[in-house]
Each structure stands twice: as C-alpha cells, then as structure tokens.
Design a protein around this ligand. Structure first.
Ligand SMILES: [Zn+2]
Length: 574
C-alpha cells in the first residue's frame, strides 16, 4: 500500500499564508494534506509533476449566486474552471429557502430579474425538494458538487416565508413576525448557515430590483429589523453578515451583532462594473472602513471589485439599467412590451437627455459610440438583412452612417432585431493605480464575482485568473504571496471557513497547480448549456494544469474529470 494517494512533486509552493514561496512536494492522504516537504514518489499512488509550476490553495469565492446553478452544474462554472474550490452562496439576501411550495414560482421570478437567472432554466433545473432551510441544505448536500459550498441565510426568503413576499413590502412586519424570523435565522445557523445576508439599498439608485421594478423586500428593511437580526446573530456568537448598501448600515450591523460584516462593495474610482459606478470614492471608503476597525473596534471587510468591466447584453432581459428610471421602466414586462416601449419616441427623448447630460452609456459614463453590434439572432425578423447591415458595426458608426442620435441608432437596431441583438462593450481598464489602492487595502477581499448571476451579461467570476494573470503579472499591484493570501486564506477567514484557504498539513487538499506565464481567461463566448437550452456568456480559463478539491482532481488543463468531490460546508462544524 502506497503511503500517499497523490504527491504533487517539485512545485513552487504558495501556502496562502504569505509565507515566502518555496520549492517542495505535497503528499495527500484521504483528501487531506498529510505532508509538505521532500517526499519519496515511490510512496505515491499518483504523482503529479509540478516542476516549473505554481502550487497554491484553491480560491475561495465569497460572493456567488450558484443557489440554483449547483443543481445542474456541479462545478459551478465559471468558478470551477477558474481555480475556485469553495464558494459561498445565498448572497445579497436572495435565495430559495425557506420557501412554501406555493411561493416557489414567485421566488424564482424575483431571482430572474435581480440576479438575472433565466426563469425557465430555474423552473427546469431545480429539484425543489425542500421547504425549510435545513431541507435545502440537505438537498445541496446530496447534490453532486465539484466545489465546496457554504451558504448565508438570505433574509428575503425569511420575509417571504413569515409575512409573504409582497405583503412584507407594503407593511412592516409585526414584532411577532420579526421574532419568528429571528428564530428561523438561529435555526438555520444551527444547521450550517454562516450568517445572514441582505441587500439594503433602498429604492433610489438600486440596480437589483424585483421582477416588477419594485425594490426587493430587504431593500426596505428598517433599523428596527436590522437591529433585531443583528442581535439574533450576536446570540449565536459566530457567523458573519454579508450586506450590500451603505457603510453606515454596515457599521450598525457590526455594532449590534458583534460579528464581522462583509460590506459590498469597494470599487476603484474610474472603474465601471456590473452594478454601475461605486457608491463612494474608494479612498473615502477605505478610510471609513479603517476608522470603524481601528478606532471603533468593529470588524468590517470590504468585498472589492477587482476585475475590469466588459459586458455583452440584449434588451430582451437586461436588468442592470435599473438605477435609471427611464431605462428601468422601458425594460420591464414581456419582450413585446419592451419592444414597444423602446420604440416609443417619447421615452427615447428621456434616454437621449440622460445620455447627453451624463455623456455615455445610459448615463453611466461609458462611451456609447464604442458599443458594437456583436451578433443578431438568426431567429430575428429579417435576420439576414439586418445582419448584413449592422453586425460588427459600432453604434457610433451606425449613427454617423444613418445620421441619427446614438440612442436612436442603438434602439432601432434592437427593435428591428426583435431585441435578439447582442451588444458588446469594449473592455474598460480600471486605472492600475486605483486598482492597486483598492486591492491592497487592509480589509479588501478580491472578487464580487457574482458567479451564477447576470449570466447573460457578465463573466466576472473570472476574477481570480484576472488577479494573478493580469493585475499581479502585468501590473505588479501586489506580490504573488499576498495575492494568494487574498484569494484564499483571507476570504476563508472572513467567512469563518475553518481549515480552508491555505496549504498546511492536516487541512483539506484544495489545490491549484498553474503555469504562471500561461494563466489567462479565454475570450467571451456564448454557450447554450443551461437547462432548456438557455444561453449564457462565459470565459474559460487557460493555464490551470490541475484543480484539486478535497484531494481529487476536478480539472486537468481545462478538461473536466467528471469527479464531484465537493462538500457542503456547514458553518460551525466544518
Ligand atoms: Zn450579489
């Protein structure tokens, strides 16, 4: 009997703890790292030659929405492709448990807009074999997984379960209802939830609304409710809160709960992202977070947006313009309704005013003229004719050629194509100095991957590859030792994931082996691999020679091994 199941031989090891890199072997037994050092390969059932390669802990992605995708994609791609070995779901207060059977469709409807997961995909792909949070965890636990998974207790489903999704928006919950929800939170924590999450963004400027354009139920939370949930968490003495909203509210939660808060999010000045520009200038936010932590004694982490912005979208299902009422209203309803609204000259007047006043894409600062008509669906009416006329052209070129305002140029093409027209933005580079300040600030956790969400528009789950293969390799914004700590151990620590995120004897063998020179993301491409043949936008990864989860290889140079060694991680016990 060999002593080791696997030996990773002669790699350059980054342990995720900021230990300076060193050359060595890693021996794995029963899914755990048994030894780090010089190991005789005669003792190994399998030897992986890692010479010339980097060996590092698998990445820990705290901000994902794979709550539905895990049921049809065990590897939670794109994350599984990009070296992520543990994900946290249930972010932003959104999720699927607890949920009464009669509310399932209503719940999916919310997710179809605020996180833009295609509705028919969810309907076809989810088993819905739960009502309570505990039953949901059991369902996730028995579902084959290629990554480890932990979950927050999202607050929106608690409101829905106790007070009714729509009722809870129009009238505040009673004291009895609030107490019942806090009780459910504690019960959910006891079976493995890692804390609670909520998007508390109000109505104005909110980019992730419900299907009907109203705010999500958590957006309307009052101080009384926020304090109640925070104190319920305090009573547990463990767990963390993930919240999207203002720093004042983050501080309130940290104060009342006595627990760490992961605040979303820190965005570099000059950066665009899937949610528009940041709420604060990044220097102000960094200073404020430092004040709370160093002076007031709170513990606030900043989920930092560390990827460049590039997007593709159609007007069939785009939700990321919801901060601008004129666009939000035009993009609610069925495809036919949207088409009629986008053709309406009165509405276009408002869109043009916004464009002209704020100079750019929907008023968000991006140059609209540079957006390209990337593809037109063959199902579109008169597809061939409009393909010949517009495909591959930018809005600026079309506007000039047809002597139109850019808003008219864009919307005329969209309407002519029955909205099945894919528009692509250029990659917008965040100023490297600003990215460095953000990514290396003391409480920054890289990411905002949004894996599993907005899957038709953005591919931000590539962030670990972009951090290593672009920001560190090309721009040297931090050392590789620091980058691996920030991509693995620091987020694991923030979320209370014990024993993960580092390479240490006795810890689970979640490992990436990669070729640093080759590490990169592939081009954006469309796949029709979601249930019901729904399309999603992805970027694959290059340079990961092995991705290992709990000692078992899931990907070899981008090829899936079909192994599903991932586990449900229950907070408090795992
Ligand atoms: Zn989110």
């Amino acid at each position: 009997m060999p002593t080791y199941d696997v030996v990773v031989k002669a790699g350059t090891i980054f342990d995720g703890l900021q230990t300076p890199r060193f050359k060595g072997d890693i021996g794995i037994v029963d899914g755990k790292i048994a030894q780090i050092g010089a190991i005789d390969t005669a003792d190994a059932a399998e030897v992986i030659d890692a010479s010339g390669k980097h060996v590092a802990p698998g990445f820990v992605d705290l901000h994902t929405h794979y709550d539905s995708q895990v049921f049809w994609d065990p590897w939670c791609t794109m994350s599984g492709w990009h070296g992520v070995t543990s994900v946290v779901i249930g972010n932003c207060g959104f999720g699927f448990a607890p949920c009464k059977p009669e509310d399932r469709d209503r719940t999916m409807l919310s997710l179809s807009r605020n996180e833009a997961v295609p509705l028919r995909t969810m309907r076809a792909g989810m088993p819905w074999d739960w009502v309570t949070f505990a039953e949901f965890l059991d369902s996730v636990s028995r579902t084959p997984k290629g990554v480890n998974m932990m979950t927050f207790v999202p607050l929106a489903p608690l409101y829905g379960y106790v007070a009714g999704i729509d009722d809870a928006k129009t009238q505040r919950v009673t004291d009895e209802q609030l107490a019942e929800m806090c009780g459910l939170l504690v019960e959910s924590m006891e079976v493995g939830g890692c804390g609670w999450s909520a998007q508390i963004s109000g109505e104005i400027g909110n980019v992730q609304l419900d299907y009907d354009g109203t705010p999500m139920v958590t957006d309307c939370m009052t101080e009384r409710e926020i304090v109640a949930f925070s104190r319920a968490l305090r009573s547990m003495g463990r767990g963390v809160v993930q919240m999207t909203g203002s720093l004042d509210i983050a501080a309130l939660i940290a104060r009342e709960s006595g627990r760490p808060v992961i605040w979303n999010g820190l965005v570099a000045d000059g950066a665009l992202n899937q949610h528009g520009a940041g709420l604060y200038s990044h220097r102000d936010a960094i200073k404020q977070v430092a004040y709370y932590n160093e002076v007031e004694g709170l513990r606030i982490f900043a989920q930092a947006l560390t990827h460049n912005f590039v997007s593709e979208f159609t007007f069939e299902d785009y939700n990321l313009l919801d901060t601008m009422p004129v666009w939000k209203e035009a993009l609610l309803g069925t495809v036919e309704e949207k088409q009629a609204k986008l053709a309406d000259p009165e509405r276009r007047k408002g869109m043009k005013e916004l464009h002209d006043a704020r100079g750019g894409l929907f008023g968000a600062g991006y140059v609209m003229d540079e957006i390209k008509v990337n593809w037109i669906s063959s199902d579109a009416p008169n597809a061939q004719e409009i393909k010949d006329r517009y495909e591959g052209w930018t809005i600026g070129e079309i506007a000039t050629r047809e002597n139109k305002h850019p808003v008219d140029a864009m919307l005329d093409v969209a309407v002519a194509g029955g909205l099945a027209v894919g528009f692509a933005t250029k990659m917008i580079e965040t100023p490297p100095q600003a990215m460095k300040e953000v990514a290396t600030s003391s409480m920054a956790l890289p990411g905002v991957s949004d894996g599993g969400a907005h899957t038709k528009f953005v591919t931000t789950a590539r962030y670990p590859t972009e951090m290593l293969g672009y920001w560190v390799r090309e721009h040297e914004i931090m050392s590789l030792e620091e980058a691996h700590w920030r991509l693995s151990y620091y987020p694991a620590l923030a979320a209370g994931l014990k024993n993960r995120g580092c390479l240490r004897e006795g810890t689970p063998a979640d490992i990436v082996i990669y070729d640093y020179a080759r590490l990169d993301s592939g081009p954006q491409e469309r796949l029709w691999d979601y249930p019901e043949g729904e399309m999603r936008l992805v970027q694959k990864a290059m340079g990961y020679e092995r991705i290992i989860v709990n000692g078992v290889t899931t990907f070899i140079d981008g090829e899936c091994t079909d192994e599903t060694p991932g586990r449900l991680l229950r907070h408090g016990t795992d």
